[in-house]
Design a protein around this ligand. Structure first.
Ligand SMILES: O=C(O)CCC(=O)C(=O)O
Ligand SMILES: [Fe+2]
Length: 505
């Protein structure tokens, strides 16, 4: 994870860690939140609270002039260091050794290095070991048991929290509805604005039978996939995925996978999979080759996943688990999600917390909200993400998923509104498409004038209702309520609105 400065972090109580000899004090609050899943830190680094019960010397005393800097600043300073500087500084004292061993610093060094441009290389178990070319079994021998620092200990805790603690005992009222399958009529009439899981919908897809991480590795080892900031061969990604301690593991999220793997998508001979019937027509298909990115192959280890977000361009989505299991926690469009801070124009989530940090600090509070929906989508199941819904997703096991974004008829108003009023937030289109709204309107006019009329009617209604609230002369921001009033959640009948919420069962 990015090591956040203290002002960016949620306040927390001091934590204590057993030192293996049973002599350290133990904080029961923290223990109950973390469980026994967190082993002692491999370097012996301890949470700050342990300092006050330790009889040994505090290694911070050896920092010299750097003692004036709090840990957060020290680590931020180190983010500017390159490989030789980190090595040199790390050899000056135990405290700086512990700071300079933080693997996130080495991830940044890796991403700046020539190695990051290679598709294939040997992953050595950590970013530091990979950058330094250390033998895979190499273990750091320096004893840092007198280093007391929450800043240094916290990422280790976050990469070891037991996920089961958060994903089990879902309150019945929060459970995402589960069905075997739905007809298009059922979806359109009742379910297009609510999340649900279908348990018997994708069983006929050939990939549900044939794909495992192992089988993909044997067939596509040399295929290069995108995993966040890197493009790695699948063989390299698998090495990483199977032997990494990252708190937020790099997530393979590739939108060109079908081409790269020569897959046929869509019903017909030799197809690997196809979109389920129940979601009905996808209006972005009217855009043909000009539609924005819409399908992704997703692969990641346990703990990988997606932090809170809404899907792009007000599209809906389905997410099918082929291997593994995913925990989903979701909120309707206008909900204020605890721990999720949105910029004034709602274009981005500011200071996003890692999945582990969010679970540790906000899950309990979020779960108590009446709008909260949670569920586990297992292999062979598919989940519906309605337009505008917030969602955080975490893999409970190593897994493979396929996802596709679409525009159902019932969300035509939300999508037109997004493309028109939030043009600066439109994403996924090729660079030469500068007027996504105009393009979509012209295709609808040609192919579905009835729906265009309905969508424009909804847009006009939205503007009318907005004007009624702010007064006709207050028109400076056009009809973009979210831009003018951060935190204001007036509903307009579609998209980011209350009507969606009203439909929650
Ligand atoms: O599988 C995941 O991590 C979730 C991906 C996602 O956000 C989606 O399908 O909308
Ligand atoms: Fe998503």
């Amino acid at each position: 994870m990015t090591i956040l400065a203290s002002h960016q972090r949620p306040a927390r109580s001091c934590a204590f860690e057993e030192d293996g000899t049973g002599t350290q004090p133990h904080d029961s609050l923290d223990d109950s939140r973390l469980g026994s899943s967190v082993p002692p830190h491999p370097l012996g680094i301890k949470p700050l609270g342990n300092k006050y019960f330790s009889s040994g010397q505090d290694s911070r005393k050896s920092l010299g002039a750097l003692r004036v800097l709090p840990d957060e600043m020290l680590v931020q300073l180190l983010e500017y260091m390159d490989k030789p500087a980190l090595r040199l500084l790390g050899s000056t004292c135990r405290f700086l050794f512990a700071c300079c061993a933080a693997d996130d610093l080495w991830k940044a060094v890796f991403l700046e290095s020539e190695l990051s441009k290679k598709f294939s290389f040997e992953w050595r178990g950590s970013w530091r070991a990979t950058v330094l070319g250390l033998p895979p079994k190499h273990k750091i021998q320096v004893d840092c048991s007198n280093v007391f620092s929450d800043v240094l200990h916290r990422p280790f805790v976050c990469s070891h929290i037991a996920l089961g603690r958060y994903t089990k005992d879902i309150p019945p009222a929060n459970e995402i509805n589960r069905f075997e399958d739905l007809s298009y009529e059922q979806f359109a009439e009742q379910w297009s604005k609510k999340p649900f899981i279908l348990t018997k919908c994708i069983q006929s897809w050939p990939v549900t039978e044939s794909w495992t991480i192992e089988s993909l590795l044997s067939q596509y080892a040399d295929v290069v996939f995108r995993a966040e900031a890197v493009d790695w061969s699948f063989a390299t990604y698998c090495q990483y995925m199977r032997n990494s301690q990252d708190e937020s593991p790099l997530y393979l999220f590739d939108r060109k996978f079908a081409e790269k793997m020569s897959l046929r998508v869509g019903k017909g001979d030799g197809a690997a999979y196809w979109k389920p019937d129940c979601f009905g027509p996808d209006l972005f298909e009217l855009l043909g080759a000009e539609r924005p990115a819409h399908r992704w192959l997703i692969i990641g280890p346990e703990r990988s996943g997606s932090t809170f977000h809404k899907d792009p361009n007000a599209t809906s989505a389905w997410n099918a688990v082929i291997q593994g299991a995913k925990y989903w926690i979701m909120f309707p469009p206008s909900a204020s999600v605890p721990g999720v801070f949105v910029s004034r124009d709602s274009s981005e989530v500011t200071s996003p917390l890692s999945i582990a940090e969010w679970l540790l600090e906000f899950h309990a509070e979020a779960r108590r909200l009446p709008e909260c929906r949670e569920g586990i989508c297992r292999a062979g199941e598919i989940l519906h993400v309605p337009s505008g819904w917030w969602h955080l997703v975490v893999n409970l096991e190593d897994g493979i998923a396929l996802t596709q974004n679409f525009v159902p008829e019932s969300h035509i108003g939300s999508v037109l509104s997004f493309l028109k009023d939030k043009a600066d937030q439109v994403s996924g289109f090729e660079r030469d498409i500068t007027d996504a709204y105009g393009l979509f309107v012209s295709r609808l006019r040609e192919e579905r004038p009835d729906l265009l009329e309905e969508g424009l009617r909804q847009l006009a209604e939205k503007k009318r209702r907005w004007d009624a609230v702010v007064g006709d002369d207050d028109d400076a921001a056009g009809d973009q309520p979210q831009k003018k009033n951060a935190g204001f959640s007036f509903g307009f009948g579609f998209g980011d609105d209350e009507d969606d919420e009203a439909e929650i069962p």
